[in-house]
Design a protein around this ligand. Structure first.
Ligand code: ZN
Length: 194
């Protein structure tokens, strides 16, 4: 099943039928480290209107095509508190999680693991995260979500929430490593490789 029909089904399944998804839409352009939008604090979503629904669908499609397991709106140049996550990368429709204005209410334990980021392509960096989180967020259909997450999903959620606060994995490594990566990337930018 093409992904675009899956997302239409997903949106139908959460009761948003007014939505008319542009089938086979072009994936959105993903911003890279160095783009100003990635350093901004994203704006809270107040109304889940058609624009937000369209953006969420386009983000999910972009994430799947990239391919990636998480995407935050600032990564597609929209400074909004909207995140898509799917550990199955489009294989299991129920795995797609779209959250609006996510907040970590409680956190427990620590784990360090390598993370990549679609906005920092080619880098895999060790990042220390909370092992378990209690998340509060709004779903696309307006329902409030309050749920516990652990393992990779907790990690991805923390990574995406970092994006909403203008924080990237590069900001989470040691100062020495950060300086090296920044130099490397600015070199790549100058030579047009970034
Ligand atoms: Zn990222």
């Amino acid at each position: 099943m093409p992904f675009s029909s899956r997302i239409t089904e997903f949106i139908d399944s959460i009761g948003i039928t007014k939505y008319n998804y542009a089938v086979e839409a072009e994936p959105l352009k993903i911003c890279k480290y160095g783009d100003a939008v990635l350093k901004e604090r994203a704006v809270e979503v107040r109304d889940i209107d058609q624009r937000i629904i369209d953006l969420a669908a386009a983000m999910a499609q972009t994430m799947h095509l990239a391919p990636g397991i998480g995407l935050a709106a600032p990564q597609v140049n929209e400074s909004l508190q909207l995140v898509t996550i799917d550990l199955s990368v489009g294989e299991i429709p129920e795995e797609l999680l779209i959250v609006i204005n996510p907040r970590i209410v409680e956190a427990e334990g620590f784990e360090t693991s390598e993370e990549g980021c679609l906005s920092v392509p080619g880098y895999s960096l060790p990042v220390k995260r909370s092992a378990r989180i209690l998340l509060q967020a709004t779903l696309l259909d307006g329902r409030e979500l309050r749920a516990e997450f652990d393992g990779l999903k907790a990690r991805v959620l923390q990574h995406e929430i970092d994006h909403l606060n203008g924080v990237l994995i590069v900001d989470r490594v040691s100062p020495l490593k950060r300086t090296l990566i920044r130099k490397e990337i600015s070199h790549k930018r100058k030579s047009g490789e970034w």
